[in-house]
Write a protein that binds this ligand. Structure first.
Ligand code: NAD
Length: 454
């Protein structure tokens, strides 16, 4: 890993602090992604048959939009920010300088293998850091094209790619970094946090959870069904933001279930395996895991499986036992458990069984329920009357809380997460009141009044 020392030297050269250097890096990266966009879609398709349309909207165009945002705002965000002074340091001018942290390590998952490797990298570059990225070993074709793109654009002393699995990841973690940005499961997140703690390295942990989706009796049921199926089908449910399970008011359950079935058929036909618009489960292990989650469950719709293609169709499960494996961990696949409730307190009971999730959704046309949903539950981010779409606004921070993550990114939040905010006071010299200097002569009652100066 000689690039590690080389990056150290390169960062010390101060080159990355130059804004035009960063702008130039982002532009070259943008051009290369545009040039390789079809090849990226082919690579992800080869890994798990992600539909090309989904690759464009959720991978390449997403990263290109992030680069454009950075290019548009870099000067503004990097400028020293003047803040007001106070009497304690009068006369003075007070600033926050944003400076790069240094060497950043990005460890990525397989499910959005391009976006989740490149989007953090773009933030780290914009803020003036060197970067090492480790794509997921579970999507080797995408990892290869990512390496090709990065090698075409950057010297490894500035941005490098390291390929490999757990062992390589742990080798990387044994080094001292200035920031580690990890996206993946909460279990591995804990390992990353522990390794980072040894060097007091700050981390961003983008993890997952069991995302509830509430549908109350005031909701527009047909629209809810369409938007739920969309959020659950993207990437065949292998989306950290996908609704994990539904909580439906008993009075509208039957209607919702019917609409969900209709929407599945409308979008993917009677034989989902024939649809070109559904990805596949990423590997045999996850396929086997998802299949076993269906054992002993009452299937309302779907349940189609194809061993030779790691395919599971969108499947609606009726009232699973809360103690069954399906309702224990994050599903991360096309299975949608449907639970009905009578009273709002039933919702509380179920949602609060789980650690704080990355996302939560409510379909309701009642203002009071929407307000309660926002105020009452802990989750990373959410949407009222839709699913997943909050990720598409770069003005919103994207991240979890508690078990679903530490920190956030996207847009300005990314720039800040990879920057140190250095507080600087520029003091005037023309007056220097003697009050603070020893020997202390002022009465204590004046010292006890000093809070008014801060
Ligand atoms: P994962 O945690 O298994 O792997 C993620 C990365 O960590 C990979 O690069 C892998 O090589 C590495 N890794 C795995 N085990 C490791 C170990 N013991 N030590 C060091 N490194 C190790 O996650 P995954 O299966 O790739 O992704 C699925 C998970 O990611 C889900 O829980 C999902 O919710 C979450 N996720 C979160 C977000 C988000 O933005 N919050 C986005 C996508 C996925």
């Amino acid at each position: 890993m000689e690039f590690y020392e080389k990056q150290q030297v390169f960062f010390s050269s101060q080159k990355t602090k130059d804004l035009s250097f960063r702008r130039n890096a982002l532009k070259r990266l943008r051009n290369e992604i545009v040039r390789q966009e079809d090849a990226i879609a082919e690579a992800i398709y080869a890994d798990f048959k992600k539909p090309r349309f989904e690759t464009f909207i959720a991978e390449t165009q997403f990263v290109l939009a992030e680069i454009n945002t950075m290019l548009k705002n870099l000067e503004l965000w990097a400028r020293p920010e003047r803040v007001s002074g106070n009497l304690a340091n009068f006369p003075s001018r007070n600033y926050i300088y944003r400076e790069p942290l240094g060497q950043v390590l990005v460890i990525a998952p397989w499910n959005y293998p391009f976006q989740l490797t490149l989007a953090p990298m773009v933030g780290a570059i914009t803020a003036g850091n060197t970067v090492v990225v480790k794509p997921s070993e579970l999507t080797p074709n995408t990892a290869t094209i990512i390496e090709k793109i990065i090698k075409n654009v950057f010297d490894p002393e500035y941005v490098a790619v390291v390929q490999g699995g757990v062992q390589v990841s742990q080798e990387l973690l044994s080094k001292k970094w200035d920031h580690i940005f990890f996206t993946g499961s909460p279990q591995v997140g804990k390992i990353i946090y522990e390794s980072a703690a040894k060097h007091l390295t700050p981390v961003t942990l983008e993890l997952g959870g069991k995302n509830p989706c509430i549908v109350d009796e005031t909701a527009s049921i047909s629209l809810a069904a369409k938007r739920i199926i969309w959020g659950k089908s993207l990437n065949l449910g292998q989306t950290c933001l996908a609704p994990d399970y539904l909580l439906v008011h008993h009075a509208v359950k039957e209607k919702l279930v019917q609409k969900l079935k209709d929407k599945i058929v409308e979008a993917y036909g009677e034989n989902q395996a024939e649809s070109q618009d559904l990805a596949r489960v990423v590997n045999d292990r996850h396929y086997g895991r998802l299949r076993s989650l269906l054992e002993g469950q009452r299937i309302l719709y779907g349940g189609q499986t194809m061993d030779e293609d790691n395919f599971i169709g969108l499947t609606l499960v009726d009232e699973p036992d809360l103690d069954s494996p399906l309702m224990q961990g994050e599903i991360f696949g096309p299975i949608l458990p449907i639970l009905s409730y009578e009273e709002e307190s039933d919702i509380d009971e179920i949602v609060k069984r789980y650690e704080k999730p990355l996302a939560a959704y409510i379909f309701s046309n009642r203002r009071a329920s929407q307000k309660k949903f926002i105020a009452q539950y802990g989750f990373g981010g959410g949407v009222i009357n839709d699913t997943v779409i909050h990720i598409a606004n770069k003005n919103l921070p994207f991240g979890g809380v508690g078990h679903s993550g530490v920190g956030a990114y996207h847009g300005k939040t990314s720039f800040d997460v990879f920057s140190h905010k250095k507080a600087i006071v520029k003091r005037g010299r023309w007056i220097d009141p003697p009050l603070r200097y020893a020997p202390y002569k002022l009465p204590e009652r004046i010292a006890k009044w000093v809070k008014h100066l801060f």
